[in-house]
Design a protein around this ligand. Structure first.
Ligand code: MG
Length: 398
């Protein structure tokens, strides 16, 4: 098919400038959690136009390659390269020619460019179809100097019209095969990219817009920078924790209400509402997660409408305020501090009540109790205290 597209990824180099590594040549170095060439390969494998991928590797690297790619190695054609890049490309082209289904267009890419993007690949394919050869390129931004061997500047080269050539470079398959054959036939092996071979052979090559980020990893520093760039960015979750504390005085009476549960007792909690210290502490904890003040701000004791109020209304209002701010309550934990009554027999009813008023599942609701070892105002049965903690997620921080 005239417009069928194959890709050759060239990964046979030794990469000496990147320094020695136990992981092998730089195309096998791990950046962002996987091998450099695995990143590059994934971008070609996920491109909808590319039907066939040939990966040209060094004869010594087959085990390295299979380890780096895992099961993906079975989805590409592994071809052994030659001593120079030009020969490695030629081996890949010969593989495609011999495959019985040579493509219309071939893209040739350096596997040490892991940041290639689909838009660049699209531009190269379109221009290669239209013109015969296409190279992604970026205008040179630096002023260019030509220097002598002792680094004396010999001249400043006008940079207008100068571009840096990237890969993938795309060609009519027959044209680039013919160019490589001709170059080999005339003993030329000094070309630094495939476009220069095509140009030498008379194929028209046009430039298309490259991408500044489509860098070639050459040095140790390039690999470190690529690792930073490709590291998986874990989302930062906006989890907030609020706490609340409350105390009410015990007076003579016949019951207390704690965490929404009425418990017969020989004392009562004194307060404007039902004086449920557990739910008051929880209300404050919830309000605290979005800076919404405290229970006194929303339900002033001076307001007669809260006289004798059941305290679940305070929790429910705090739940509403949290929801309006985009919060999702994750858990609620309340500690009751009292000498009496005994909390344990009522604990499950308390958890159920809190689950109902907060919308939490039971496993996210905790009620605990402790005495104050008979010391202090709690120990003297003058009052009951409660501490509450709530966690609320307010979405993702970008
Ligand atoms: Mg209170």
């Amino acid at each position: 098919m005239a417009d069928s597209v194959a890709a050759i990824l060239v990964a046979a180099g030794r990469g000496e400038r990147a320094g020695h590594s136990t992981e092998g040549p730089k195309q096998y170095r791990t950046v962002g959690g996987r091998a450099v060439l695995a990143h590059a390969l994934a971008l070609f494998q996920s491109h909808p136009r590319i039907e066939t991928i040939v990966l040209v590797i060094h004869a010594d690297d087959r085990a390295l390659c299979e380890r780096a790619l895992g099961p993906e190695a079975a989805r590409v054609h592994l071809v052994t390269g030659g001593a120079e890049r030009q020969l490695s490309v030629r081996r890949g082209l010969e593989f495609l020619r011999a495959s019985g289904r040579p493509p219309g267009i071939v893209l040739i890419h350096d596997a040490v460019r892991p940041f290639v993007d689909h838009a660049t690949i699209d531009r190269v394919i379109a221009a290669a179809i239209a013109h015969g050869g296409a190279v992604p390129a970026v205008a040179i931004a630096d002023t260019i100097k030509r220097a002598t061997s002792d680094l004396s500047v010999a001249e400043t080269v006008p940079r207008s019209g100068l571009y840096g050539a990237q890969t993938p470079q795309g060609f009519h398959f027959e044209a680039i095969v013919g160019a490589h054959d001709a170059a080999a036939g005339s003993g030329r092996s000094d070309f630094t990219d495939d476009a220069s071979i095509a140009e030498w052979a008379g194929t028209r090559v046009v430039l298309v817009e490259g991408a500044a980020g489509n860098v070639k990893l050459t040095t140790r520093e390039d690999i470190a920078a690529a690792d930073e760039r490709l590291k998986e960015k874990l989302p930062v979750i906006d989890v907030r924790t609020g706490n609340g504390y409350d105390v009410h005085r015990l007076v003579p009476g016949d019951h207390v209400t704690l965490c929404g549960v009425r418990i017969a007792h020989d004392q009562a909690l004194d307060g404007h509402s039902d004086a449920d210290v557990g739910l008051h502490a929880l209300t404050d904890a919830l309000l605290a997660t979005c800076g919404a003040g405290d229970i006194g701000d929303h339900f002033p004791p001076s307001d007669p409408q809260w006289r004798g109020a059941a305290s679940h209304v305070f929790v429910e209002k705090a739940v509403e305020i949290v929801a309006a701010k985009g919060g999702r309550i994750m858990n609620a934990d309340i500690s009751l501090i009292c000498e009496a009554p005994k909390i344990a027999p009522h604990r499950e009813a308390m958890r159920q009540a809190i689950a109902t008023m907060t919308g939490l599942t039971l496993d996210r609701v905790s009620v605990k109790a402790t005495t104050n070892e008979t010391i202090g105002f709690v120990g003297r049965r003058e009052g009951i205290a409660a501490i509450a903690t709530a966690s609320v997620v307010y979405g993702e921080v970008k």
